[in-house]
Design a protein around this ligand. Structure first.
Ligand code: GDP
Ligand code: MG
Length: 198
């Protein structure tokens, strides 16, 4: 089922460019380079849907992808790139709040953190924002393939304690091996069906 045709809808740099919101929507949030585009491709069973990059900080728009008649993924620009000028930080915040606070179809956010590292201040700020506005979110701990099994278990526990404390769940994922992708789909669908416990 997850191979259901996924397609790019549009790219928007402001609310005026957002597409009609007739399907439930799932937002992807995370620092630049955390693996958002790669995870999106893995979720959609393709390598080519969203452009991945070794260079951080490139996306400045919300990219919308439709998965069959089921849902839309909204890939938000990465944040927290150390060298980002103040003006860009402010424009990220405007676009992100326009989307997160104004999008009626938004049902769930995926907050991506690198499984190898502790959450950064920008991740924790975003977590607070989501909780303050009662926006449900799942944490995806990305690049899990880069850790050995014991270390992954320890890192997952740490993530559950900090950035994941208010989340519906924490799922370790790898876009490279496909680990955690089915579990993430399951958690997404549970939430869209209204079965998850907030
Ligand atoms: N080993 C490994 N590398 C990954 C994974 N996901 C992303 N990457 C790499 O991390 C870099 C940034 O990925 P990208 O998806 O463009 O990140 P984005 O900026 O958050 O969209 C790229 O070089 C990817 O190949 C993963 O699960 N495992
Ligand atoms: Mg990207």
């Amino acid at each position: 089922l997850r191979e259901a045709a996924a397609s790019f809808i549009t790219s928007a740099t402001s609310k005026a460019g957002f597409p009609p919101d007739d399907l439930p929507e799932v937002a992807l949030l995370g620092r630049s380079n955390v693996g958002k585009s790669s995870l999106l491709n893995a979720l959609c069973g393709t390598r080519r849907l969203a452009r991945t990059s070794a260079q951080p900080g490139r996306t400045r728009a919300v990219n919308f992808f439709r998965v069959g008649n089921e849902l839309v993924f909204a890939d938000l620009p990465g944040y927290g790139y150390a060298r980002v000028p103040e003006a860009l930080r402010v424009s990220w915040e405007r676009l992100a709040s326009e989307y997160l606070l104004g999008r009626r179809a938004l049902r769930l956010s995926l907050l991506l953190v690198d499984a190898r590292h502790d959450a950064m201040e920008s991740d924790l700020t975003l977590r607070q924002f989501l909780e303050h506005h009662r926006l449900p979110y799942l944490v995806a701990a990305t690049k899990a393939d880069k850790l050995g099994r014991g270390e992954l278990v320890r890192r997952e526990a740490a993530i559950r304690r900090d950035v994941g404390a208010g989340a519906l769940g924490v799922v370790a994922t790898s876009a490279t091996t496909g680990a955690g992708i089915d579990a993430l789909w399951k958690a997404i669908r549970q939430q869209l069906r209204g079965r998850a416990i907030a």
